[in-house]
Design a protein around this ligand. Structure first.
Ligand SMILES: [Mg+2]
Length: 180
């Protein structure tokens, strides 16, 4: 079993590699950074689809939950912050629960993330800028342990799932010729 700190370090290393690649290929405009945050919502949607599908394999749900964790950490790193969320042993990881209810909580966290992004950009002319980039990062960090808890609900150790998922992401970056 991979311990939590190792899982965090492995994920953080991958995330920094992916962030350097994205920064080089796509730049670091605010629009680009917002799209990287939006990617988290895409992955949360994919988690919900695997849970909604009748007869779906839990493997698919676990894989999409790892995608949520990696994209949320990549978005934090892209915003210039250390990627948090896996950095401490959290009892919520092993909290028993039902996946559909947990998916509702994950969706609520994603909604709060969207609110933070809108507040950060000041997109609402009535409200102006209501959130800082730190608040966006905090909300990204809140998504991570919830996704990890859901992996545990699938009967899989989150640290093991993260280790396996990170290795596959590295393989994909290797295939693209992305530097370490
Ligand atoms: Mg996915």
């Amino acid at each position: 079993m991979t311990d939590t700190l190792t899982a965090h370090d492995m994920a953080a290393s991958l995330v920094h590699r992916a962030t350097r690649w994205l920064n080089t290929t796509n730049g670091t405009s605010q629009q680009e950074l917002i799209l990287r945050i939006l990617k988290v919502a895409e992955e949360v949607g994919e988690v919900c689809e695997t849970i909604e599908s009748q007869g779906t394999r839990r493997d698919d749900t676990v894989r999409e939950l790892v995608d949520v964790i990696v994209t949320a950490m990549t978005a934090q790193a892209s915003l210039g912050h250390e990627p948090y969320g896996l950095d401490r042993l959290d009892p919520v990881w092993h909290r028993p629960g039902q996946l559909p209810h947990a998916a509702v909580i994950l969706s609520a966290e994603t909604g709060r993330l969207a609110a933070a992004v809108i507040g950060w950009t000041g997109q609402n002319p009535r409200k102006g800028q209501t959130h800082t980039v730190e608040q966006v990062c905090n909300q990204l960090a809140n998504v991570v342990p919830q996704a990890a808890a859901m992996i545990s609900m699938c009967g899989v150790d989150p640290a093991d799932a993260i280790r396996d998922g990170v290795a596959k992401f590295h393989d994909r970056l290797d295939a693209l010729g992305v530097g370490q």
